[in-house]
Design a protein around this ligand. Structure first.
Ligand code: C2E
Ligand code: MG
Ligand code: MG
Length: 531
């Protein structure tokens, strides 16, 4: 009865399964959708358990990886693939290159590639009949290990494919840094775009020049419409249920014999410069990638302060947060949303990017206009990089991030901070409380700090007069105020020069009374008189 084996069953049975020959490859052919011919195949591991039936890699491979058993499983599979090719060669049958999956654990095992080579030599298989696939997520632990494994594979003559492109976090970064020969674009990852991924990918996207020449195989293609679409954007190599599920060796041999075949993909070298025309050709693969694998981005030409937006992607429009179409952005005059100051900032960044060839970042405000939202001011952080030249024009790739909210928050903080400081500095207010019955004065924090007063001043106002806060010529008047407070005056005010500097202050008292109308406290304040 078929059953999914659990982890302990997998580990317990693995050795026996290897000996019994329960682990074997199925082959999934790859086609050129433009010609209908087969171009290769991928070997996918299957485990046929005598009791539990077929087991699938997504279940058992992670278990084998964790236990370090994947290395022997993969070598076992590789040997069977070599045996398959040997059989075709010996029988004079047609065959195609077959790619094998190389696990990150295989890569970490320093001897894996040597062992592969031993097997290949033993079966005497030309390296062009084999390819290797490394998933991009293998790179998550660092690129060094993969880089050296790739160099070894390249030295031996293998084509190295990047499996599951787009599944990881920084696909383009990896592509930029590692010389993959072929990209495998998984259609299952194309549909969904988990939040945030594009933003990181985009930083590496500017390095498109490095990899635009890399051929691509789309996998997981199930529908004819998908394949047609891929073909229309320049990606004709297809692997997926549309053409065939992974099938056992005997069926696959038959399939090859009856299929038209095409020579192996040329192992194109990565190009150093980008073919700019392809980049904005809506029918190109670059367009597919621009639309799906990067964050908010625009491409424009620049010459002498003149900007012409050539392309923006959907995410760019979303980033602006406005209800406008991509066409509208491309077709409206590029500088319209900028005022002179922001235009100058932007131009300066573009010209620096052109002059240095380095990435430049600027932050500019612009007025965005749409039919439904009217006008709105937005701040965009733009990272600019020159990706090509056409005549005297520079072609600039711009990645944008809408930072309006961030800016506004920051502005609010600085504004209120500034207002606060301004207010207290300008007001220059000193306040205190005078308890009429006890002649005690309680100063505010500022009085204490600036005038050196204690928490409670007894026998007020004498100490203040003694300290020279109230100058001698005003001392009697001020003493008289406190007599008046005892008598129940409601309000007193005068301009008095205070301290040795005789700075004119507006000094006021307001009296608080108890329920019988007797004076309790007086609230004093001194505010610097504005010039
Ligand atoms: P992968 O290398 O990306 O292989 C492609 C997977 O997509 C295969 O799953 C294949 O059966 C499946 N697939 C192909 N066409 C379609 C389609 O049109 N629609 C859908 N929904 N799926 C499609 P499979 O065979 O289950 O393998 C899963 C993964 O396990 C592989 O992904 C690979 O990462 C790993 N794996 C498979 N065989 C081996 C192996 O021999 N060694 C190692 N280390 N890993 C392997
Ligand atoms: Mg694969
Ligand atoms: Mg894949």
């Amino acid at each position: 009865m078929p059953k999914r084996m659990d982890k302990s069953e997998i580990l317990l049975d693995f050795g026996e399964a290897m000996r019994r020959g329960d682990l074997y490859p199925c082959y999934q052919p790859q086609y050129n959708h433009a010609t209908g011919r087969m171009i290769g195949a991928e070997a996918l591991m299957r485990w046929e358990h005598p009791e539990f039936g077929p087991q699938y890699p997504n279940d058992f491979i992670p278990v084998l990886e964790d236990a370090g058993l994947i290395v022997s499983a993969d070598l076992h599979l590789f040997e069977q693939v070599c045996a398959f090719q040997r059989k075709c060669i010996d029988r004079g049958l047609a065959t195609v290159p077959i790619s094998v999956n190389v696990s990150r654990i295989d890569i970490a095992d320093g001897t894996y590639i040597d062992q592969m080579e031993d097997i290949r030599t033993r079966y005497d298989i030309p390296v062009r009949l084999l390819r290797t696939e490394i998933t991009e997520t293998s790179a998550s632990g660092g690129l060094e290990l993969i880089a050296s494994a790739m160099a070894k594979l390249h030295d031996a003559g293998y084509i190295v494919e990047m499996d599951d492109f787009g599944s990881g976090y920084s696909s383009l970064n990896i592509l930029k840094n590692l010389p993959f020969n072929i990209i495998k674009l998984d259609m299952r990852f194309l549909d969904s775009d988990p939040q945030g991924r594009g933003a990181t990918i985009i930083n590496a996207m500017i390095q498109m020049a490095k990899w635009l020449g890399t051929p691509t195989i789309a996998e997981g293609v199930e529908q004819l419409s998908q394949a047609d679409y891929l073909k229309s954007v320049g990606c004709s190599y297809i692997q997926g249920y549309l053409y065939s599920r992974p099938i056992p060796a005997d069926q696959f041999i038959d399939l090859i014999q009856n299929a038209g075949l095409e020579p192996t993909l040329p192992a194109l070298q990565l190009v150093e410069t980008m073919d700019a025309h392809r980049f904005w050709d809506p029918e190109s693969l670059e367009t597919l990638i621009f639309s799906n694998y990067v964050g908010a981005a625009a491409v424009f030409s620049y010459e002498d302060g003149n900007v012409e937006v050539l392309r923006v992607n959907q995410k760019y429009v979303q980033e602006l947060g406005m209800n406008v179409t991509e066409e509208r952005i491309v077709h409206s005059p590029s500088w319209d949303p900028f005022d002179d100051e922001n235009k100058a900032i932007y131009i300066q960044a573009v010209e620096k990017a052109i002059a240095t060839g380095d990435e430049q970042t600027c932050e500019t405000w612009r007025t965005l206009t749409s039919d439904c939202c009217g006008e709105e001011l937005a701040c965009l952080r733009t990272t600019l990089r020159v990706i090509g030249h056409a005549d005297k024009q520079a072609i600039v790739y711009a990645m944008v991030q809408n930072i309006t909210a961030e800016k506004r928050r920051l502005d609010e903080v600085t504004q209120s901070e500034r207002r606060f400081r301004f207010a207290s500095e300008q007001a220059n207010m000193y306040a205190w409380e005078y308890v009429i019955g006890t002649k005690q004065m309680r100063p505010c924090f500022r009085c204490m700090r600036d005038l050196g007063l204690p928490l409670v001043v007894n026998n007020y106002p004498e100490p203040a007069i003694e300290m020279g806060i109230f100058p001698p010529d005003y001392a009697d008047m001020y003493r008289d105020w406190h007599r008046q407070l005892e008598e129940g005056v409601e309000h007193l005010e005068a301009i008095i020069p205070l301290t040795v500097g005789r700075v004119p202050f507006h000094v006021r008292y307001t009296t608080e009374f108890d329920e019988n109308g007797r004076p309790l406290k007086a609230y004093g304040s001194a505010t610097m008189v504005q010039e």
